[in-house]
Design a protein. Structure first.
Length: 142
């Protein structure tokens, strides 16, 4: 009972965050497009991708919004968590490239954000891989 409540709460808290933030980024990508541009240019050298950076940023945000909503309501939670984790990789590399920053204060702040995102990815991967045990309510307690 407690485990089920905690699992449900974790799904709602995690998923709803990505649903809201992803939807915000779809509506108004803002500076994310400029942040993503250098990474997208490097990727285009080795993989075909649309030339429209804003489209790609909005698409990544849409993945987070949809998968976040699905995770929050418990629809395909493992697939949803995996989609969010995958979308966080380019988000993290483009948005928190601390190794490219000269200013020590700004570099430290971006390093913290990079590691926060790495932890979020780890948590999502744990959710994907964690064993889900179903309790057989018809079996007598041993």
């Amino acid at each position: 009972m407690v485990t089920a409540l905690m699992r449900t709460s974790a799904r709602i808290l995690t998923g709803s965050t990505y649903a809201v933030l992803g939807a915000d980024a779809v509506r108004e990508p803002g500076g994310r497009v400029q942040q993503a541009a250098p990474l997208l240019a490097r990727i285009r050298k080795v993989a075909p991708m649309p030339a429209d950076d804003e489209l790609l940023v909005r698409g990544n945000a849409a993945v987070q919004a949809v998968a976040g909503g699905m995770l929050a309501v418990g629809v395909l939670p493992r697939l949803s968590a995996m989609a969010i984790a995958a979308s966080l990789v380019p988000t993290t590399l483009a948005g928190h490239a601390f190794w490219e920053i000269e200013d020590p204060t700004a570099r430290k702040l971006q390093r913290i954000q990079f590691h926060k995102n790495a932890a979020l990815i780890g948590g999502l991967l744990y959710a994907v891989l964690a064993e889900t045990r179903r309790v057989d309510r018809s079996a007598p307690d041993a």
